[in-house]
Design a protein around this ligand. Structure first.
Ligand code: MG
Length: 252
């Protein structure tokens, strides 16, 4: 045969093998039967970086004002201060909480503990993010700072220590990316399903779909008390000048 004929023969054999392979696949069933095409996932435009809010996020703090926040104590104007693009705890003024309530959510929040190190253990850069006003993800300066492990940065306070210590040095901005599943309750108050949380601290996994045992308690064991399916997010005043910025949330 001429070289051209060899080429034709080769192409023909390749096609024949391919076709018979297809035939074998089809004999196992129709792959289309296990595809579905709706509902179509909504299109979300991501931020330019993973820190920037995507198009469907609610921006809770954009560096300018407290329009989405009130005093956790009395519901009046948020008593903290704005410095640059950050909000800073005003020690002794009490916490602040969002005007809106949230349940299942993805929350991005950045925080900075004071550059000047004062105090030790729980006294260094302490604040906290209370999901649903009662489940605290601890904010603390644990860079070369020992404390009880279930109360360190990245812990669910007094319940779940973080998988690792991913703290940056004091004075540097840090991130929490949180995925929270709210607890569900029966109408009589019993727990139908516990809350769960996943947390990335500076991009490092510190809580992996962990199960919460109830609301955060300073003394005693955590316990669930029935609440509504949307509650505010509260930031703690723990008498330290901890700062927050770039806070956004996606309801799930
Ligand atoms: Mg705290």
């Amino acid at each position: 045969m001429t070289p051209m004929r060899y080429r034709f023969l080769f192409a023909f054999l390749t096609l024949a093998v391919f076709a018979s392979a297809q035939e074998i696949d089809r004999s196992k069933g129709d792959p289309k039967l296990s595809e579905y095409w709706s509902p179509v996932a909504p299109v979300v435009t991501p931020g330019k970086t993973s820190q920037e809010p995507p198009s469907d996020a609610v921006v809770l703090f954009n560096g300018k004002d407290f329009s989405n926040w009130v005093s956790a104590k009395d519901g009046n104007a948020a008593p903290w201060t704005i410095e640059g693009d950050a909000m800073v705890v005003k020690p002794g003024s009490g916490g602040i909480k969002t005007k809106m309530g949230f349940g299942d959510c993805q929350l991005h929040i950045e925080f900075r503990t004071p550059a000047k190190v004062e105090g030790e253990s729980q006294g260094r850069g302490n604040s906290g993010i209370f999901l649903m006003d009662r489940y605290e993800l601890q904010v603390l300066d644990n860079y070369n700072n020992k404390t009880y492990v279930n109360g360190q940065a990245g812990s669910i306070y007094k319940q779940l220590p973080p998988l690792v210590n991913a703290c940056r040095p004091p004075g540097e901005w840090q991130t929490y990316d949180i995925i929270f599943t709210a607890p569900r309750f029966y109408s009589d108050g019993r727990v139908q399903s516990q809350a769960r949380i996943t947390v990335m601290h500076n991009g490092v996994l510190v809580q992996n779909n962990a199960t919460l045992w109830g609301g955060t308690e300073y003394i005693g064991s955590p316990v669930y008390k029935k609440h509504s399916d949307r509650e505010p997010i509260t930031l703690q005043d723990h008498n330290n000048l901890t700062a927050f910025r770039n806070i956004w949330i996606r309801e799930l």
